[in-house]
Design a protein around this ligand. Structure first.
Ligand code: BV8
Length: 236
């Protein structure tokens, strides 16, 4: 039987960056323990109190200067390099650790901390500095710059290509995500319903969606992800 390379789709969440020192959202002492989503992560919050919203993202953007990718990020970059089938990495994370570890085919469905967007023209540019409440946009006199982040109530990015990849997936892996945010939380259900897809969860604990996966690696991402990648490449 000819070796038919399998198509892999990987979804990562904040848990893959936890051991690099970036807070997750819903763990003890996580971002949502110290900030209210409604005050810093919705379009309404940005209209109501742009200074507070910009401060929340300025802090997280500056934090990226002090953290490095970890062995879980690096293992996924190795897998992408060596895999002979289709490989898609979807991340809910807005940090740049996957890129810095060498990942190439990467879809930031919730945006990126190191990019900003003109509120008028929607043009996107790379950006490392802080934003003020109303930093003027270079693209349009009436526009200001906002974080290129998908807030609650906004449509995530790349959804068409994501669902095309999910439809063709032979292996779906969710790493370090609580599965509490949609539509990302619905991806495992989608591949479960389509059938013919191995569903693997790599997480420190159980998640809301653990029952939908047929394989679990429970432990720290920096230990479990390299183990899983090695085993997969051996079996190839
Ligand atoms: C949408 C950017 C519709 C911000 C994020 C009212 C109106 C509209 C929509 C809704 C609504 N009410 C509810 C919804 C749906 C809403 C939603 O899902 N709400 C939830 C809370 C119920 N979704 C949306 O609003 C989405 N948009 O639905 O649009 C629409 C349709 C048509 C047209 C227009 C609009 C948009 C969702 C995106 C929101 N933005 N991020 C920012 O980053 O500041 S979401 C945010 O949550 C982050 O992106 C984060 O990545 C994501 C998911 O969290 P996780 O990554 O899973 O992190 P979490 O802390 O939860 O879990 C960490 C996990 O890691 C745990 O399982 C833990 O065990 C594990 N872990 C920890 N350490 C380790 C580890 N694992 C391994 N090793 C370790 N060391």
């Amino acid at each position: 039987m000819l070796h038919m390379p399998k198509n892999i789709v990987i979804l990562t969440g904040a848990g893959i960056s936890a051991e690099s020192g970036l807070d997750t959202f819903r763990d003890q002492g996580g971002l949502w323990a110290n900030h209210s989503v409604d005050e810093v992560a919705t379009p309404e919050a940005f209209v109501k109190n742009p200074k507070k919203v910009q401060k929340f993202y300025n802090q997280r953007r500056q934090e990226l200067r002090n953290v490095e990718p970890n062995n879980a990020h690096r293992a996924l970059a190795t897998l992408e390099e060596r895999w002979d089938g289709d490989f898609t990495l979807i991340t809910q994370n807005v940090d740049d650790l996957h890129e810095r570890a060498g990942s190439k085919n990467l879809l930031h469905m919730h945006g990126e901390l190191l990019k900003v967007r003109c509120t008028h023209s929607h043009e996107i540019i790379s950006w490392q500095e802080d934003l003020d409440a109303k930093t003027p946009s270079p693209f349009h006199p009436e526009g200001i710059l906002r974080p290129h982040i998908v807030w609650f109530g906004e449509l995530p990015l790349y959804m068409d290509v994501i669902f095309r990849k999910l439809d063709e997936a032979d292996i779906f892996v969710a790493i370090g995500t609580s599965g509490q945010v949609y539509p990302a939380g619905g991806f495992v259900q989608h591949v479960y319903m389509k059938g013919n897809c191995d569903r693997i969860e790599i997480n420190l604990d159980q998640s809301d969606l653990s029952y939908l996966f047929n394989e679990h690696y429970t432990g720290k991402a920096t230990e479990e992800v390299p183990k899983w990648v090695d085993a997969l490449l051996q079996a190839k």
